[in-house]
Ligand binder design. Sequence first.
Ligand SMILES: O=P(O)(O)OC[C@H]1O[C@H](O)[C@H](O)[C@@H](O)[C@@H]1O
Length: 547
Amino acid sequence: MTVVLPLHDTLTARQAEHVVRQHAREAAQWQLTDLFGHDPGRFDHLSLQACGLLVDFSKQRITQETLSLLRALARERGLDRWIQCLFQGKEVNWTESRPAMHWRLREDAEQAPEVDAQLVLMERIVERLHSGQWRGCQGDAITDVVNIGVGGSDLGPLMASVALHEHYPAVGVRPRVHFVSSMDGSQIAPLLDELNPATTLMVVSSKSFTTVDTLSNAATARAWLERAFPDMNGAVPRCHFIGVSAQPERMTSWGIHPDNQLRLWDWVGGRYSLWSAIGLPIALTTGMDYFRELLAGAHDMDVHFRDTPWERNVPVTHGLVDVWNLNFLDITARAVLPYDGRLKHFPAYVEQLEMESNGKSVTRDGSTVTHHTCPVIWGEVGPNAQHAFYQLLHQGTQPVACEFIVAARHGRRNGNSAELQPLEDQHRLTVANCLAQSRLLALGESALPPNEPLPAFMHYRGNQPSTTIMLEALSPRQLGALVALYEHKVFVQAVLWGINPFDQWGVEMGKRIAKDMVKVLDTGEGAEGLDVSTASLADYVRQLQEN
Ligand SMILES: O=P(O)(O)OC[C@H]1O[C@H](O)[C@H](O)[C@@H](O)[C@@H]1O
């Protein structure tokens, strides 16, 4: 099927960009202190609510006019048609000739029956594990599940399982869920020392089922189980391995029993796949009802993104503000700062989602972009980062756009009120820190009560822009909405930049040349074709390993 995707109307897009650029010349002089001083209604004008999230853009260096000019630019770049193409399942991933239909994983059984069929299989597995009916090869109930995956087959499930670990399945007992991703064996080795093979189940999670990191960890896990049960090698794959992949034949030839295979599809990008069976660890942590709530929250955001006018559209606004910071204010770094330890893996998740999606430099027509695409993104749990890199945010030389993510209520589910009070107090303290930091970053020392003049080294210059995303509480539904918000804002930005957010060709070459390098390290073969630095390092390693 050939699909005609909208191309930019280059001339008008250039005109719109010119207008935004002129506006940005003025904006370069703006101070957030003045913007707040001039417009007491700034919060009302520049904050939006959707799907249980309150998103405050008022601490960004923008005005209502800025957003309106950026929306005009987006209109001229064809964003409305691109959104339609996304949700109509057109080939928006044009370098791989595929649609990108992660949103379809959040549809109901009627709209997406093939998705529902996999959810039903997944639910059966989850129930068998929670009820103790899934048995190891010696008849023991499973107590520990190890998810073996990397990239999108690790970061999303890990992030959401940890974020929602206070949500328990309604019935039964959940197993402990562990994550192994690193190819060097440094995670799996100590884990296997602790675990009992009789009660451990491995989930080998790989969309392609070719990723060497995952397959080498899976091989180590299989050897460990086969050593433990030398006479039961036929039962080991059946009782101790589940596979999740878009490649059933590869799962089968690796040895995953057909009954233990869960599927996803080529039309789901790895970093967009936590909603599929790749999310099995999440469902094992929370139970299937909460997993479905997570999907429902993401679906809420899909509908909001698709149907809401851009003036009130959170992913559109979020994407546009980031484009503004990067391309018009030259802010090339962004910090993702959750004020909630449960979201400790959220920054790493966003790093992959955004930088693997939008770290591109070639446009649809094959030309090189003439502007920056994705900023450098990093992050950490905010309160911990306060004691680490906030020094640079407050007094360093570079502008950094910050993103604060915090829940208004902790929403703790277990324990009596006397026990919970100290924890509620800790949550309030955390929210207070979040608000204090974003205020100080924005306003600098003018946020402080008037005092005697500070020496230069104590100076807080302020004017660091930030967005605050406030959840009512960290529920599965709101987490689903939050993650889908990021997925869609990434798409908005890609459309404005004219790039494909759904491929990752920049990762492929590294995988290929690593194979040749293994040969160099093993035998020295191929070293003569290498640069002197790499050849010398390889030689040094070989000498040390031989002695
Ligand atoms: O799920 P897999 O096929 O094993 O892929 C795992 C990961 O590795 C690749 O190199 C890509 O960069 C990621 O986008 C992907 O999520």
